[in-house]
Each structure stands twice: as structure tokens, then as C-alpha cells.
Design a protein around this ligand. Structure first.
Ligand code: ZN
Ligand code: ZN
Length: 335
């Protein structure tokens, strides 16, 4: 595909999309139903449908019986870890292999023209972004994802929290599934905003930000505190009356869905003239500029409300620069 029909490439070779990042049309006033209906399929397909599919596969084929889950044991915890790790290896690995190892699409639709493998850096373990990110994901973050999973499954199995049945409340649970990505957005925005506070940033979140040019393995490359807090989004289903499948879906939106922001490409070419939108640009801008776009891609427009939204346009850039300038002046005045 010709990426210059969809965006522009600068002198360095970095590509950026035309137009502005549009948040969900749910917040426009007055609400426009046709616009919302046009947006809905992209909300569900393909990413959220995929997360629901994996949640169901887990529930029917991976998660042990309720009887087993009444007692926490290494056996089923390690089993869940093994499946989580294998699933991420395959799912993230497909993107890594096709777009970063084989470079099937070269730098078409790629925001940063460089590939992490070509840029060794001292900030990473073994000076390799790929190896560093990979090890942190599999030996720190995915174990913590599994800890969260074991805890909520144990709570459901032991009747510590309400277990809403699909037969009894199908509409309520379907609605909960539909708003789960919004729960993710709010949870992620606030923990993310918190760990951008100076001392916490240096202690915790700088690990994730070492990857200025993120690639699939960067997605779950986190400090343990962040790795736990990030996946703890599933604990909302211990507070809201829910069902373990919905909690699993919530967990998968976090764990599997993290790759979206870190794909590095705006469109993933599938055939000669079809491509899937990655929705990666919003979070790519966060990795590039740090103090913009703390949330996702505007399902709940928290960044807009808090004045930290960068919509990918020149005006978005100017607003960010003005904010950074003000911050600098404030800091100079204090010094
Ligand atoms: Zn990130
Ligand atoms: Zn951040």
C-alpha cells in the first residue's frame, strides 16, 4: 500500500498520519446516532472481539474447575502462567516476526523509521531493547498478571464476591462487557498519571519509558509495581457485581491489548490493499513526548478534560509546546 496517501514522511524517514486522532463520538453534544453507529463496529472488531474470544477460550479450556480454584496452589497457578506466557509469545510474536524481524512491510506506515534491533543502548539490559523488554515481560509482568488472575478466580470460586450468572442477567453482563474497555481506560489513565509524578516516575515508570521507539515486546516491559497495578484493573470485577468471564475479558484487554499502543505501525498490511488499523498513534505520541496522552485513544476523553491531549495535528503539537513552556517557566520561577 502507498502510505503517502494516508500520511506524510519527514526528512528523517518518520511517517505520520494525516488528520486528527478522533476520540469516541459518544461525547459529542448533541449526540449524533449515525456517527455512533458508524464508530461501533470498529470498537468491537477486531481487537475487543479478539479479547472476548480469548476470554472464552480460557474459561472453557484453560481455567481449572471451581472446586480446584477454591484452594490456591502452585499447580494451577503455574499452569495459568504457562498459558499466559505461551499466548503472549504467540500473539505478540506474530507482530514481532512479521513486522520487526521479517520487516514484511518495511517502514510503510511506521512512525519511527528505526527498528529497535538496529539501535543498541545502555539503558537496556544487555544493551538490547528487544531482549530487555522480552525478559521483563516474561519474568516480571506476566507472572504478576497471573497473580491478579489467581486472586480473582479464587475470590469467585469461594463465593467471596457475587457471581452474576449469564442466564439470570444476560443484558447486565453484556453491558458490562461493552463498558469494560472504558473501565480499562479510566483505571489506566489514573495509575499512569500517578506514576508520571517525578519520584514515582524515576522509581517505577521510567522502566517502561526506556523504549522511546516502542515495539511489540515493549508493551509489557514494566517495573513490577506497574506490572501489578496495570493488571489489577480486573479487581474492579470484585467490586462491581460481575462474572469471572467478564473479569477475564477485562484482564485480556489489559494484557493482550497492551500491544496496540506499541505496534509502531499505524496500519498493518494484511494483503496488497487491505490493512488493519492499529490504533497505536495515541500511545506512540506518549512514548515520544512523555507528558501527553496518558490514557488510550479517547474512549473516555480524560486527556482532553485534563488538558493533556495530543491529537496528532500541528495544533495538538502547539498546545503541548505551550504547556511545556509554561511548566518550564513555573520550574524556573521556583528555582
Ligand atoms: Zn507504553
Ligand atoms: Zn508513561
Amino acid at each position: 500500500m502507498d502510505d503517502l496517501k494516508y500520511g506524510v514522511r519527514d526528512k528523517r524517514g518518520d511517517w505520520k498520519p494525516n488528520g486528527r486522532i478522533e476520540g469516541a463520538p459518544l461525547w459529542n453534544w448533541p449526540p449524533r446516532l449515525p456517527k455512533i453507529l458508524a464508530w461501533l463496529p470498529g470498537y468491537i472488531w477486531p481487537w475487543n472481539a479478539f479479547h472476548m474470544a480469548t476470554a472464552l477460550l480460557y474459561w472453557f479450556y484453560v481455567v481449572p474447575s471451581v472446586e480446584t480454584m477454591k484452594t490456591i496452589s502452585w499447580g494451577w497457578a503455574l499452569w495459568l502462567y504457562a498459558v499466559n506466557a505461551a499466548a503472549i509469545l504467540v500473539f505478540y510474536g506474530i507482530f514481532e516476526l512479521r513486522y520487526y524481524v521479517k520487516r514484511a512491510q518495511a517502514t510503510r506506515f511506521k512512525y519511527n523509521h528505526k527498528f529497535p534491533a538496529d539501535a543498541p543502548s545502555d539503558v537496556f539490559w544487555f544493551q538490547s531493547q528487544n531482549l530487555d523488554n522480552f525478559l521483563r515481560s516474561f519474568f516480571i509482568t506476566i507472572p504478576l498478571w497471573t497473580v491478579v488472575e489467581v486472586i480473582f478466580l479464587w475470590c469467585f470460586a469461594n463465593g467471596r464476591v457475587p457471581w452474576v450468572g449469564w442466564q439470570d442477567h444476560p443484558v447486565y453482563l453484556a453491558a458490562l462487557v461493552l463498558i469494560a474497555p472504558a473501565i480499562h481506560e479510566v483505571h489506566f489513565f489514573f495509575i499512569h498519571r500517578l506514576i508520571h509524578w517525578g519520584p514515582l516516575y524515576r522509581w517505577i515508570h521510567s522502566v517502561h519509558h526506556n523504549s522511546i521507539n516502542p515495539s511489540p515486546w515493549s508493551s509489557l516491559s514494566m517495573h513490577p509495581v506497574e506490572g501489578f497495578l496495570y493488571h489489577a484493573v480486573a479487581f474492579w470485577h470484585l467490586i462491581i457485581p460481575s462474572n469471572p468471564i467478564v473479569a477475564l475479558f477485562q484482564l485480556h484487554v489489559a494484557g493482550f491489548g497492551a500491544v496496540n499502543g506499541h505496534l509502531g505501525f499505524d496500519k498493518l498490511e494484511v494483503t496488497e490493499d487491505t490493512a488493519v488499523n492499529s490504533h497505536a498513534y495515541t500511545h506512540y505520541l506518549h512514548h515520544k513526548y512523555f507528558e501527553v496522552n496518558y490514557g488510550g485513544d479517547g474512549l473516555i476523553p480524560l486527556d482532553r478534560w485534563f488538558g493533556t491531549w495530543h491529537d496528532g495535528t500541528r495544533e495538538g503539537e502547539a498546545m503541548m509546546d505551550a504547556r511545556f513552556q509554561k511548566k518550564k517557566e513555573r520550574m524556573n520561577a521556583r528555582a
